[in-house]
Each structure stands twice: as structure tokens, then as C-alpha cells.
Design a protein around this ligand. Structure first.
Ligand SMILES: [Zn+2]
Length: 445
């Protein structure tokens, strides 16, 4: 990489960083939406000129109506990959290169300077993502701008837990900001020793790993005093959130980002806000009263693989009261998880399957007894649920009875038939797979 190029990257980095820092500069919601509308229209003009797929998909549609354009999802995006991206990269070429890189883990695949990313998921259902060098700089700068406390020039030692070091993260290497990557597949004892030496000012990690670190901190094996802890990549369960804030004596922050976009960040108050300076997030309500919705995202900052009116497979719960921080960006109570983890039980009335939000299952377990330290609830069929509980062994029976009663009570109140519940000892090893405390394992027909 030439010096000129590096300088240009640095200038861009500082610009995006500063922009992300003042992200909340909109005085009113109306001002934000008007600005977003202009961003999207400019973006659409570019995309229509470069992407054969979108040109055809939106043919004859008025640009002022973009909020009602037909949607896309992962299936469409992958099926139309070649014609959708604006850099002429073919799916087969990108996929075989990405798989090869994953196998060897020793290079980051690139085609003509564009980084190829492969999202996690089941083998047939993995997403393929393209990121240009400019977008990579922007991503890193925006992420740091939104997540870092203080200024860019304050020194930071960041401990970043992830599955494998990739180029995408590697670009966040600035002089005053040190990055250490911790491979989630390594043993926790290795991490503890490493963290004690490194003394990070910021820890970024999935909550399942933070749990282990928090327990080590409580036992006195881990001795760190980070200024900020950011939970990523997995749903932050209210149980883990309160446990971790007790362990580390601070608010646990969150960054909600997936390969499709950088969706939300917590403010100084610990409230998650949608990153509406980067994306338009429309709501497809699943339950308006409860404020539960599926986000439909339009990312007007990424042009390599444009994401327009893309329906995510996640459930979010909006917060109805404004956040005291004063931001006009939509506050979110929680990211509930994936739509695939909605539970379904037969209705008492007619036997039809009724969806039950993961949040209700969570609350039923947490409210049952303060003895539950960790749990997993797995629905294996409309009438079969397995529950794993971790808590004091001498209270196991009481714990199981309380959780079963609480769950049945909530379900009966919803007019559905409670399932047969089986109990198992708690089991989960962070690293290879993402922790889902509420998980559905059967598919709907
Ligand atoms: Zn806020």
C-alpha cells in the first residue's frame, strides 16, 4: 500500500470517526428523516446505475416512493448475488475463495481489492459479503467513533474476542489504539493470563465469554479494571447483563452489528439506539402493542453490495419512552433474537400454533427464582421443551419446579397448551457456537 493511499485512508478514517462521534446532531426526528430521505435518494440513483438487479427490480417505480419498494432478504440477495453487487464479482468465485480461506485461516480473501466475507450460519444458508477498502475504513472509524469513550487521541487498549482474526477487524490498527485479538476457541485460562498482563481499557466480547471472565474476576483469578465493556455477537440476556454489571461494577454496553449492517449502539446511559445516521430502519411489527418488530434495513453508506429494504431475521423491541440522553435515534429495549427462535405452542381453542416471543420465555425463567444463575430453554417440538439450569445443586428440585410452574403459568395466560418439560444439567462452552438462551429446534411446516 502506497504512502498516498495510507494518508488518504487516515484522513477518511478521522472524518468518519468525527462524524460518528457527533452522530446525534439532529435536533428533531423530522430533521433526521428528511436528511435520511436525501441520503437514500442519492444512494438509489447510484445503485440503479450500477446494479442490474436493482435497476430491474425497481423499474418503473418513482424514487420518492422508495419506502414502499419491494423488499429483499438473504435468499434473494444470495440468489441475485452476481447482478446485485456493483463491482461485478461472481458468487461462485467469491464463495470458493471464502471457503478456502476459512479452511486454512491464514489469508483474507480478496478479489480485485474487495474483501470477501462469509457469515456464520448453517452450511446451505451462509451469507456472502463484499466490502471495499473505503467501506472497511469507514466501518472501523464509525465503530470506534460510536463505541470509544473519549477522543480518538486518548490511549486505549482494546481486548477483542472473536472467532478468527479477519482483515475487516485488522484495519482498526491505530497508533494510540492498541488492539489485541483473543480467539474465542482458546481456553479461558489462556485468556485470563493474557488479560491480566494486557490490562485492557476496553473489552469487546460475546456475553457468553464475558460470563466466564466475570466469574474469574469474582474468584479473584482475573484482575482487570476496564473502563468500558461491550457485548457483541450474541443476545445480551437480562440475567447476564445484571450479573456482568455486578462483576465489573459498570453498565454493560452493546454493539449490535451483523454482516448486513452496523445496526445499533448503546449511548452513555446504556440504552441501545438504532444507528440511524448509517441506515434507515423500517419496522415490520409482529406485535405493535408490545413494540416488537422485524427491522427492514436500508444502508445508504455501503455501495459495493447495496442493502436496500432488506428484511433481517431478527426481533427487536422498541422503547416507548425517550432516552434521557436526548438522541433522536430510536431507542431499543432489547434485541430479542432471531425470528427462528420464536416459540410456537398449540392454542387451547383450536390447536393452531401461536407464536411466543423469546422475551416471554426469558422472563418466565428469570422471574421464577433468584437461584437460577444460567439457563437455556430449547423447544424441540410444539409440545416438547428441554430446560437446562445452572444454580445451587442442593436446590435443583425446587429450582426446576419453580421454573416449570412459572413457564406453564405464562403460557396458560396466553391461551396455549403448556408443553412437556424435560430438565437437564446446564451445559455450554463459549467459542465455537453462539449462545442462544432461548432456542427453537424444530421447523414449522
Ligand atoms: Zn440514549
Amino acid at each position: 500500500m502506497g504512502v498516498g493511499r495510507r494518508f488518504a485512508d487516515l484522513v477518511a478514517f478521522i472524518r468518519y470517526y468525527a462524524k460518528a462521534k457527533r452522530g446525534g446532531r439532529f435536533r428533531t426526528r423530522a430533521a433526521l428523516e428528511e436528511w435520511q430521505d436525501r441520503q437514500v435518494r442519492t444512494f438509489l440513483a447510484f445503485v440503479r446505475s450500477r446494479s442490474p438487479f436493482y435497476r430491474e427490480y425497481y423499474s418503473g417505480l418513482d424514487e420518492r416512493d422508495w419506502q414502499r419498494y419491494p423488499m429483499i432478504d438473504k435468499t434473494i440477495m444470495m440468489a441475485e448475488f452476481d447482478r446485485l453487487n456493483t463491482v461485478g464479482i461472481g458468487r461462485e468465485e467469491a464463495l470458493s475463495l471464502a471457503l478456502e480461506a476459512e479452511e486454512t485461516r491464514d489469508f483474507t480473501p480478496e478479489i480485485r481489492g474487495i474483501t470477501i466475507g462469509l457469515s456464520s450460519g448453517t452450511s446451505g444458508n451462509r451469507g456472502l459479503f463484499l466490502v471495499s477498502p473505503k467501506e472497511r475504513v469507514m466501518w472501523a472509524a464509525t465503530m470506534l467513533g460510536k463505541a470509544l469513550p473519549g477522543s480518538l487521541f486518548a490511549e486505549q487498549r482494546i481486548a477483542f474476542f472473536l472467532r478468527a482474526n479477519s482483515n475487516l477487524y485488522g484495519s482498526v490498527q491505530k497508533r494510540r489504539i492498541q488492539f489485541q485479538f483473543f480467539d474465542l476457541l482458546d481456553d479461558v485460562s489462556v485468556h485470563i493470563e493474557h488479560l491480566n498482563r494486557y490490562q485492557p481499557s476496553i473489552i469487546v466480547s460475546p456475553p457468553s465469554m464475558l460470563r466466564l471472565l466475570g466469574e474469574a474476576q469474582m474468584r479473584g483469578e482475573l484482575n482487570v479494571t476496564p473502563a468500558k465493556i461491550i457485548s457483541v455477537a450474541e443476545v445480551l440476556d437480562p440475567l447476564d447483563q445484571s450479573f456482568l454489571s455486578t462483576c465489573f461494577k459498570q453498565v454493560i454496553h452493546q454493539v449490535y452489528q451483523c454482516t448486513e449492517g452496523f445496526l445499533a449502539t448503546t449511548c452513555s446511559h446504556g440504552t441501545l439506539h438504532l444507528n440511524e445516521d448509517l441506515l434507515v430502519i423500517q419496522k415490520e411489527y409482529l406485535d405493535r402493542e408490545q413494540g416488537k418488530f422485524v427491522p427492514i434495513i436500508t444502508d445508504f453508506t455501503r455501495t459495493t453490495q447495496p442493502i436496500i429494504r432488506y428484511r433481517l431475521n431478527d426481533i427487536l423491541t422498541e422503547q416507548t419512552v425517550p432516552c434521557p440522553c436526548g438522541s433522536v435515534f430510536t431507542p431499543i429495549v432489547a434485541i430479542e433474537g432471531r425470528c427462528d427462535d420464536l416459540f410456537y405452542f398449540p392454542s387451547v381453542k383450536n390447536g393452531e400454533l401461536v407464536p411466543v416471543f423469546p422475551d416471554f420465555i426469558r422472563r418466565a425463567v428469570i422471574a421464577a427464582t433468584p437461584d437460577v444463575r444460567e439457563y437455556r430453554v430449547i423447544q424441540e417440538g410444539p409440545q416438547h421443551v428441554q430446560i437446562m439450569l445452572r444454580g445451587p445443586e442442593d436446590k435443583r428440585q425446587e429450582m426446576e419446579d419453580a421454573v416449570a410452574a412459572s413457564l406453564c403459568h405464562i403460557l396458560e395466560g396466553m391461551g396455549v397448551r403448556p408443553p412437556v418439560i424435560g430438565f437437564m444439567p446446564y451445559e455450554f462452552v463459549p467459542g465455537a457456537t453462539k449462545l442462544r438462551r432461548v432456542e427453537r429446534r424444530f421447523t414449522l411446516v
